[in-house]
Write a protein that binds this ligand. Structure first.
Ligand code: ZN
Length: 277
């Protein structure tokens, strides 16, 4: 198996298997990963306890999925296209809406810590948010959103809602402005180089701004079966509060608020708001 040769957090090579898989999952099958010779496991670093994925597939093969298949396939399984999903999810009342609850938490923490308290409009850049729900719902009298994502599926945001949409992998030089808040909501666990993404995000955050990260919480290993979608092949890392704080500190951020929640749909979520260190 390949995957990381050493722990992302502490650099130790030793690891123990937590879950092992004998056949490709739906995401891998979508991009042609075969059962013959297949290997995948969730491993736990024996030194620091960090959880990460090890696998036999070509490390780059899943990249294809982010251009269309990941969302198209998951939408197809649910029988809905992107616009229909957007309409259904944005119509949810606050008690059932993970997005509305997430936004309430973020705006409360921003106010409490005096982050992004700018005169006039404040700007959000949501990285990887092609579904559009978070960017759309974040907007209010004060906030204006933009989205960057390699998928074409988010183009409707600009067409239907006037939300600027850059169809690209986020990297340096994509925008000629900085943002009062940059968000990565269920993105970091997909990236082979999460620290590079955070360093790039660091350059996009304004001096009085913040960074919001939400990822699956490694607590899921104690509460969910190996077949749960949270352990799918697209997810490469499972952070806990300590490991998330570590990668943020390494990439120029300081965590000012953190929360662990079980969401309305039963997922274990880890939320962090950070500012430039
Ligand atoms: Zn480790």
């Amino acid at each position: 198996m390949s995957g990381p040769a050493a722990c992302l957090i502490c650099g130790a090579a030793g690891h123990a298997p937590v879950f092992t898989y004998a056949a490709p999952d739906d995401y891998e099958r979508t991009v042609g990963v075969e059962t013959n010779g297949y290997a995948r496991a969730w491993a736990r670093c024996i030194h620091c306890g960090f959880h990460y994925s090890r696998y036999g597939r070509d490390a780059e093969i899943l990249d294809r999925i982010y251009e269309s298949a990941y969302r198209n396939a998951s939408a197809a399984w649910r029988g809905q296209d992107v616009r229909a999903t957007f309409a259904r999810v944005t119509a949810l009342p606050a008690a059932q809406s993970e997005t509305k609850q997430r936004i309430a938490w973020i705006k409360g923490a921003l106010a409490q810590h005096g982050v992004a308290q700018v005169n006039g409009h404040a700007s959000l850049l949501d990285i990887g948010g092609a579904s559009g729900v978070f960017a759309y719902e974040f907007q209010d009298d004060r906030w204006r959103s933009a989205v960057v994502d390699p998928s074409e599926s988010g183009r409707f945001l600009e067409e239907d809602h006037g939300i600027p949409y850059a169809q690209a992998a986020f990297g340096p030089g994509l925008f000629d402005q900085s943002f009062d808040l940059v968000s990565l909501v269920y993105v970091l666990e997909h990236l082979r180089a999460p620290e590079e993404a955070l360093r790039n995000a660091r350059h996009a955050v304004s001096s009085c701004g913040g960074l919001y990260i939400e990822v699956p919480d490694a607590r899921a290993f104690a509460h969910k079966p190996a077949e749960d979608d949270i352990f799918n092949a697209c997810h490469l890392w499972m952070f806990d509060p300590q490991s998330l704080s570590t990668v943020l500190a390494r990439t120029g951020f300081r965590v000012i608020a953190q929360d662990q929640r079980q969401t309305a749909r039963g997922h274990y979520a880890l939320m962090a708001l950070a500012v430039p260190a």
